[in-house]
Design a protein around this ligand. Structure first.
Ligand SMILES: [Zn+2]
Length: 461
């Protein structure tokens, strides 16, 4: 074997032995007030390019327009050498997404998100010449309806950090998107200002990388904002606590000295060099992530195994053959080819009070449920048995327990265990200085619990 191929082969063997660790380094490029933040973005993009690393710059629509208006083609060009994501049209200008989506349902909310955000995506496309590879919400302004909006905008990856939804501190599928979110110990954001913290940051990274190597590979998420390198407080404090100042009243954030900024750039370079030195590690962008993970289409898993699982609990199933969401398994049980579908728009109710359902009535309900899913690419919140209903989880448990042979089908109570992956504290999860004081959005978490039918861990290819 030629020496080059041998080297490739040995590297591949080493990577297989120690699961590959993918580091997603991302920068929320959002400060459209302080012009020095433009220079910071340029400097970071250039430094990283010299280090041979591609990062993901999630750009705010207004930031892209401001770069254009300020004639900063140099910044736009430098960022475009990296991966470009989307970080909302206006970031912190009120109302932010969770605020305007809180009292909207699934469809209305997605349409409103589209109305407000589509122009921002178009501007990113026009200015950077690419479709954004990913989206992440401004601050803590997460909302489930954005997923439907983003899928329709053609954005396949959700890249951000918060704790509204998550599985096992690693990437997962939710709402038709690949998510890098709620990454726990695999989230890195070490200090850019305190050099004495560097050894601890190295240690934390090494521990995380080692743990991922041992479990066959995974993702480490690492992020900053270019503005942090040149300012000592966030630019969007202008909009703190629901504030709505006029543009002419916006105040520039406090600046770091040139020396302080240089230290930030130096510390970032040291982190990057440390990460690069580890054999199992590769930097990847949001754009590359979908190629690393198995797609949402499922391989064949034994129907009997699915039935046993879904009869007990309605949550995802991890098997050798594949990873299935509750939504996919429900479709299999209905005799359908599992497609990517949405969760219900509203929580259904069980009004059917008998212990058993006559066979013919249940078969009609199954046909009706399958047609509903096929027609709308969405799960029903409840399934009709004549004039009565079974809530989706109860229907799924009943369907999974049915052997198809009896004259009547025993009604089973559902156990939608999948909902436990959605946060329950509706105040703390939305705690963000830009939200009005005490802002709480239990409605959004409830909608997320319904969409959790689509949730499952993502598996590396
Ligand atoms: Zn942000």
């Amino acid at each position: 074997m030629p020496r080059f191929l041998l080297a490739v082969f040995l590297t591949a063997v080493a990577l297989a032995a120690k699961g590959p660790v993918y580091v997603v380094l991302w920068f929320d490029t959002e400060d459209y007030i302080e012009p020095a933040a433009d220079d910071a973005a340029l400097r970071i993009a250039t430094d990283l390019e010299k280090l041979g690393v591609r990062a993901t710059f999630k750009v705010v629509g207004e930031k892209a327009r401001v770069l254009e208006a300020r004639g900063r083609r140099d910044v736009i060009r430098a960022l475009a050498h990296h991966d470009i994501g989307y970080h909302s049209n206006y970031h912190s200008i009120q109302p932010t997404p969770a605020l305007y989506l809180r009292r909207m349902g699934w469809l209305e909310g997605a349409a409103e998100f589209d109305r407000r955000e589509r122009p921002g995506v178009a501007d990113i496309q026009r200015i950077f010449g690419v479709m954004p590879s990913c989206y992440g919400q401004p601050g803590g302004s997460w909302a489930p309806q954005t997923y439907r909006g983003l899928v329709r905008l053609g954005i396949p990856v959700y890249l951000d950090e918060a704790d509204h939804v998550g599985v096992d501190e690693q990437p997962f599928w939710f709402g038709g998107m690949l998510n890098v979110f709620h990454m726990g110990r695999y989230l890195m954001r070490p200090s850019l200002t305190d050099e004495s913290q560097i050894p601890r940051a190295f240690e934390k990274f090494d521990d995380a990388a080692e743990a991922l190597e041992a479990r066959g590979g995974g993702v480490i998420s690492w992020y900053y904002h270019p503005t942090e390198f040149v300012t000592s407080a966030f630019w969007d404090l202008n909009f703190a606590n629901g504030a709505n100042p006029e543009r002419s009243d916006w105040k520039n954030p406090p600046r770091r000295t040139a020396e302080e900024s240089e230290r930030c750039y130096r510390i970032l370079a040291r982190y990057v060099e440390h990460v690069k030195a580890r054999a199992s590690v590769r930097f990847v962008t949001a754009c590359e992530l979908p190629r690393l993970y198995e797609s949402t289409s499922v391989r064949v898993v034994d129907r009997a195994q699915i039935a046993r699982h879904m009869a007990q609990r309605q949550t995802f199933l991890v098997t050798e053959a594949g990873v299935l969401s509750a939504a996919e398994m429900l479709q299999v049980l209905l005799g359908m080819d599992p497609a990517v579908v949405e969760g219900p728009v509203a929580r259904g109710d069980t009004t059917y009070r008998e212990k058993e359902i006559p066979r013919a009535a249940f078969e009609r309900a199954k046909t009706d449920a399958a047609e509903f899913i096929r027609a709308g690419r969405r799960l029903p919140g409840e399934v009709w048995i004549g004039s009565k209903t079974l809530a989706l989880a109860d229907f799924a448990a009943t369907l999974a327990s049915d052997d198809g042979a009896t004259r009547a089908v025993s009604v089973r109570k559902g156990n939608p265990e999948i909902e436990k992956y959605i946060a329950t504290d509706a105040t703390q999860t939305f705690d963000w200085p830009t939200h009005p004081d005490g802002f709480s959005a239990p409605e959004l978490l409830e909608l997320a619990r319904l969409q959790a039918w689509t949730l499952k861990p993502a598996r590396l290819k």
